[in-house]
Design a protein around this ligand. Structure first.
Ligand code: C2E
Ligand code: MG
Ligand code: MG
Length: 745
């Protein structure tokens, strides 16, 4: 190992002194005695000569007489201190004056020490050696301090310490790290120091600093600070207790190092290794890692995952036409569209709410991989894939040209098609090849059986889209009445599909498909429009209930659009009852409650449908600002036979009464059921006992002057004899067109 320069011995071992005195006798005595003691001595007789000698060749120590012709010793010392190298050299003043004032003056002029005349020659050599040694130690300390400061600066590392009273000392580099002046750091305190730590990390740092201060536990932490210029820096800090000579803790010392550059470099390395540079998406290797851990997670209720491999078809021709840069822009747009298509809200109908539903990666020049999680059915993977393909097919405007892309997707479902991520990926890729062979914009499951059902499903979805657009939907209305008076208090609008081949299709067969494919939004629009048109033809006392599915309920503009629609028809919002279900409120209770409040404020009536089948506790129902609970049909069915159902209905009626809610029994089919409901205090009924859902003209006929329905004791088909009715006979409306004729909004 090389020896540092500072530690090398000087070429001559005899220390060189400069002796300055105007007394020749003293000089010759001193010369003899000092040379004898082993020093090399140069002698001069005045201050001016001393300064000139110093300029020629500096000495290691000066012996300086005070009283001299010309400039005196004090002035000589002062001037010497300003010369290059003159600041640190030890100066011993030779003085006959030993009064306090002269001594003080000597120190003020920069003297290191003083020797009084007459001089004791034997002692003088010792004083000189002592002064030289002192100077050497001071130089060494100074050198190591300077090299420490250099090292701290190079390492962006500041040091600090504070004592038990909270007094703090900091190095210059620490000041630089915090972007303050060194002076400002003089007023640093442990508290102010802590306040520069960003709030997210502060608690952790405070705990560690308290532990080292009170319990002597050292620490090493990485955290972020906010500099005084507002910049954020990552730092690594180490601290340990500070002890006195007796081993008692007197404070804490630490070093804080700016590691921002290293952290940033690490981030960049990570980014390069794990992400695709063009789109910022994970690359294949990282995606498989993420997928592996996602697949290991426990799935609620046996839900499925699906791995999708998507390839853009004929992408080379895009590159040929637009050049490399244009191709890159297209890829970025595709990545954005895929990401948008995977947003949580859009996946809500097919995934479990509250979980991160999808992972997306770029896996090749024109390939992407996706992992969909928590799917309820195999088919939902196809629904999402279909939507993604459609999103990609929308023209992309690049350099004034519309680029139209096609994509193929291969799908492998977990656990059916593979136990782990690599196996799923391989199978999704095989499916992709099959999809590509089949031509443009195709999707394929790895499993043949799934392919068959996917095709059927896709066909039904296409049919439903046409049905909505081309007027194949019909609206039927089922009365809701007060069993005591037989008065119709409202009707529920129930949608049907007049299928050209299959005849009248019931909502149970297409509402779920509509929800999963997003078609529920135009479908609900159609139903609302048809229901409003019917309302305008009916007496003003009649209300219509419309079933609102989760995606419609969550739509941001729900309230505005409802308001606009009712205003257009000149209808009072109180005539529209919105039926929602527990499960959709439970998906996001907070948002649900807010949405209900907004609707209620605008005057809409709110009903909780199928009550008892969801998961809400009675306590939660209290939070929802509702007007009505509808007891699900399944509790009404066996009411007269099953004691448990009876008790349940009784408690729902009690709850409703407590919360001042109307309570409606759904699916009342028999007089017995009606009677038990009456006994339990539930008088609002809906069911086949009174009427099936009817086309508008039939329902309108029932609203006529004659009493509309039988009492529960007579068969529903027989015209009733007691004239009770919801609407005044005079308001009986003219015969109306069926809602199916109404154009969608
Ligand atoms: P829901 O809202 O609970 O509607 C009541 C269902 O019970 C209707 O079935 C009705 O015909 C049936 N029902 C009424 N009384 C009786 C009875 O006494 N016995 C029996 N067995 N059934 C009775 P529908 O019309 O088949 O509708 C089924 C479900 O489809 C509805 O349940 C609702 O959830 C949904 N639905 C219907 N129309 C729409 C709509 O326009 N939009 C949305 N989002 N969902 C709709
Ligand atoms: Mg309903
Ligand atoms: Mg219901």
């Amino acid at each position: 190992m090389a020896t540092p320069l500072a530690q090398l011995d000087p070429p001559s071992t005899r220390p060189r002194l400069l002796l300055v005195d105007d007394d020749p006798l003293l000089r010759s005595m001193a010369l003899r005695s000092l040379q004898h003691a082993g020093f090399e001595v140069e002698e001069v007789d005045s201050g001016e000569a001393a300064l000139a000698a110093w300029a020629r060749r500096p000495a290691e120590l000066l012996l300086l007489d005070v009283m001299m012709e010309g400039i005196d010793g004090f002035e000589t010392c002062r001037r010497l201190r300003r010369l290059p190298g003159g600041a640190e050299v030890p100066v011993l003043m030779l003085t006959g004056l030993d009064d306090a004032a002269s001594v003080e003056q000597a120190y003020q002029a920069g003297a290191t020490d003083f020797v009084t005349k007459p001089i004791h020659w034997g002692l003088l050599a010792h004083r000189i050696r002592y002064a030289l040694r002192n100077a050497e130690v001071r130089h060494a300390v100074e050198r190591s301090r300077a090299s420490l400061l250099r090292a701290q600066r190079l390492a962006h590392m500041g040091s600090w310490e504070f004592d038990l009273q909270g007094r703090m000392a900091c190095s210059d580099e620490l000041a630089r790290l915090f972007s303050v002046s060194g002076e400002a750091m003089h007023c640093a305190s442990p508290q102010a120091f802590l306040e520069r730590v960003v709030p997210a990390d502060r608690e952790r740092v405070a705990r560690a600093r308290a532990a080292v201060l009170h319990e002597g536990v050292p620490y090493q932490l990485t955290f972020t600070i906010e500099r005084f210029d507002g910049g954020l820096r990552s730092v690594c800090e180490q601290a340990a207790p500070l002890h006195d000579a007796l081993g008692r803790q007197i404070g804490v010392e630490g070093i804080t190092q700016d590691i921002s550059e290293r952290t940033e470099a690490e981030r960049q390395v990570r980014q390069l290794a794990l992400y695709d540079g063009l789109t910022g998406l994970p690359n294949r290797q990282f995606f498989l890692e993420l997928a592996r851990s996602a697949l290991r997670q426990e799935r609620p209720g046996g839900t499925l995952c699906a791995l999708l491999h998507l390839d853009l078809l004929q992408f080379r021709s895009v590159n040929d036409a637009l050049g490399r840069e244009g191709g890159d822009r297209v890829l970025r747009v595709v990545a954005e569209r895929l990401q948008a298509g995977l947003r949580q809200r859009d996946l809500a109908p097919v995934g479990t709410p509250g979980r991160s539903a999808a992972l997306l990666a770029r896996v090749g020049a024109n390939g992407f991989m996706l992992l969909l999680q928590d799917l309820a059915q195999h088919a939902h993977a196809g629904t999402v894939a279909e939507r993604l393909v459609r999103a990609i097919e929308r023209p992309i405007l690049i350099a004034g040209r519309d680029v139209v892309l096609n994509a193929a997707i291969g799908i492998a479902v977990h656990p059916r098609d593979g136990a782990d991520a690599p196996e799923l990926a391989a199978h999704a890729e095989q499916a992709l090849y099959a999809a590509k062979r089949a031509g443009r914009s195709q999707l394929r499951y790895f499993d043949e059986g799934l392919n068959h059902s996917a095709r059927e499903r896709l066909q039904r979805e296409t049919e439903l889209r046409h049905a909505i657009a081309e007027g194949q939907l019909r609206l039927h209305f089922q009365p809701k009445l007060d069993a005591r008076s037989q008065r119709i208090v409202g009707v529920e609008a129930l949608v049907r599909w007049q299928h050209p081949r299959l005849g009248l299709v019931m909502p149970g067969d297409f509402i779920a498909l509509a929800e999963e494919s997003g078609l529920i939004l135009p479908l609900t629009d159609w139903v609302l429009e048809a229901a409003c048109q019917a309302l305008t033809r009916w007496p003003a006392t009649l209300t219509v209930a419309v079933n609102i599915s989760a995606p419609s309920f969550a739509a941001e503009d729900l309230v505005e659009r409802l308001d606009a629609r009712l205003a257009r028809h000149g209808l009072d919002p109180a005539r529209l009852v919105l039926e929602v279900t527990e499960s959709m409120l439970m998906a996001d209770t907070e948002a649900g409650v807010q949405r209900l409040h907004a609707l209620r404020e605008r005057g809409y009536r709110l009903s909780l449908d199928d009550f008892g089948t969801g998961y809400s506790s009675l306590a939660q129902v209290k939070r929802f600002p509702l007007h009505e609970l509808k007891i699900d049909r399944s509790f009404v069915r066996d009411l007269h036979r099953d004691g448990r159902d009876r008790a349940l209905v009784a408690s729902i009626v009690t709850l409703a009464r407590l919360l001042a809610l109307d309570v409606v029994a759904e699916g009342v089919e028999t007089a017995e059921q009606a009677a038990v409901l009456g006994e339990l205090g539930c008088h609002l009924h809906q069911g086949y006992l009174y009427a099936r859902p009817l086309p508008e003209d039939e329902l309108t006929a029932r609203l006529g002057p004659a009493p509309p329905f039988t009492s529960p004791s007579t068969p529903p088909s027989t015209p009733p004899s007691t004239p009770t009715h919801a609407s005044p006979p005079a308001a009986a409306p003219p015969a109306a067109a069926p809602p199916a004729a109404a154009p969608p909004a």
